[in-house]
Design a protein around this ligand. Sequence first.
Ligand code: WTA
Length: 645
Amino acid sequence: MSADNVYPVPQNVADHALLNRQQYDQMFKQSLADPNAFWAEQADQFLTWFKKWDTVNNSDLAKGHIAWFEGGQLNVSYNCIDRHLEAHGDRTAIIWEGDTPGDTRHISYKALHAEVCQLANALKARGVKKGDRVAIYMPMIPEAAVAMLACTRIGAVHSIVFGGFSPQALRDRIEASECQVVITADEGLRGGKPVPLKENVEKAIDGIAAVHTVVTVKRTGNPVSWSEPRDVWYHEIIDAASTECEPEPMDAEDPLFILYTSGSTGKPKGVLHTTGGYLLQAAMTHRYVFDYHEGEVYWCTADVGWVTGHSYIVYGPLCNGATTLIFEGIPTYPDASRFWQVIDDHQVNIFYTAPTAIRSLMGQGDELVKKTSRQSLRILGSVGEPINPEAWEWYYRVVGDERCRIVDTWWQTETGAIMISPLPGAIDLKPGSATLPFFGVNLELVDNDGNVLEGAVEGNLCITQAWPSMMRTIYGDHERFINTYLSTYAGKYFTGDGARRDEDGYYWITGRVDDVLNVSGHRMGTAEIESALVLHDAVAEAAVVGYPHDLKGQGIYCYVTLMGGIEPSDALQKELSDLVRKEIGPIAKPDVIQWAPGLPKTRSGKIMRRILRKVATNELDSLGDTSTLADPSVVDDLISNRAGQ
Ligand code: WTA
């Protein structure tokens, strides 16, 4: 091992874990040497099939064709619920912890089955069929999981939109995937404050005739506008429905869900995942990465509006028969010890959160953590952005009392499941490194010309073979799927991330190498923010870059060129900030807006973002060559007007 700070696997952990190092090595080797045999065995072990597949893998990255377990049939809700009923129908499937401490519900697998069937029947009664798209725009309440599972029961394709997105962003997504049904709540509740979800839906679907049904969960009970027959209450339609609903047999390659995510250009992309491969890898990674043992309480703090919520709050854990905790609130309400209180209250064994939360709680001091017990904790996870070693050490030392293994998991909306991560009983840890690839994941680092780099080196992170939970396409735009992911380095999946591999073969993700930002673990495209800014009449042009931010990981830095004759002002700055909020949502609010009379452009008119990034980061000594700019003096102006952060 190298000279890095290393935390070896303690012998007692290796002894009790599902997999030790020897087993990991052996399985990893087999997964690359004989992938068909490997994945067939896993698919048998982890899932219940109505009909076995004909072919394990029929994928060709070069052609943009991905297919796993063709000919096989299964149903996701059956795998996540029904098959657990006989042995442990009374086990708690979902522990719900509301925004207000003490507001708690326990839902058994049996009860979950009944409610999912009821909603599935109610949706059918409203005309929803296999293949139809259903938008879900919900707070973190159990009904969100019920809605997802009810869709899968009847073969409808859900498209979840994060509750923090604006009506406009919701509208774009409903239109792009042609949803006819929206499932929402009257209001969400976060940190004691209501979030007007139904009102947002109302604005989002105004004038969209295709949306014939809006199902609303009564969460806060505050009055909302109502329009019949389109609007129905969740509790009323499920009360009227039967608690039995036959699961629809789905082909392994039938679409399961669409989830919009940001890319470096254009509008968000509807990432499409299918049934068999996705569920298999979500379940398998949940079991091995978190070393999930039967009976344990598992908590992932993500929102179901992001892929982490899909794979690791709902599908992975429930497929494994786990008890999964759904938390409605925020880490700092009523105070910044909430996470640790919830862990004690529900005796959580496995806890999975994002570095941004860890950093902000670290800033509140150790006392808020230390006053809680956290004795139940065994495994701590991290996801969404690189975790800086300082935050890692704090997580390890203070939250985990130097007893818990930390799994830093790297993956993406597109990968569907965790791709790089330590396994608790197998892999020695290094703070800040996601360590080694999961089974079947063949990583490569390449330089900008596509040359494969060997040994300890830094490069662009690619995956050279298709894996079961890989996205299949961008909904409605297969060309864009191929161009975005499979063309930069022909025949390989390009992640958009940079990474360093050290002398032990460990991977250290360095962050996005494209124009995608990662702000507090939320993924955003600079192009989307720019499009919002230029909607304002006063704006001629805008360029957005990320810069390092202590808490958020990255902050949003906007350069704005105003129309001739318009004077900059604080009021205008606020208007622009509000506009971005309105178009995308609060998560995209700019941190810095700098007035820029001109942007650095090449003679062919291309904005040189490298320079904008350097100015935003205050790395003025390393601006690089500016001689190719059409007007090099623009840079001096940008520097002298640099906005303070
Ligand atoms: C980043 C979230 C470093 C990365 C599951 C990736 C990470 C993007 C890590 C995907 C990690 C995610 N270490 N970076 N452990 N996990 N990322 O689609 O840049 O919301 O490309 O999926 O988050 O974000 P997405």
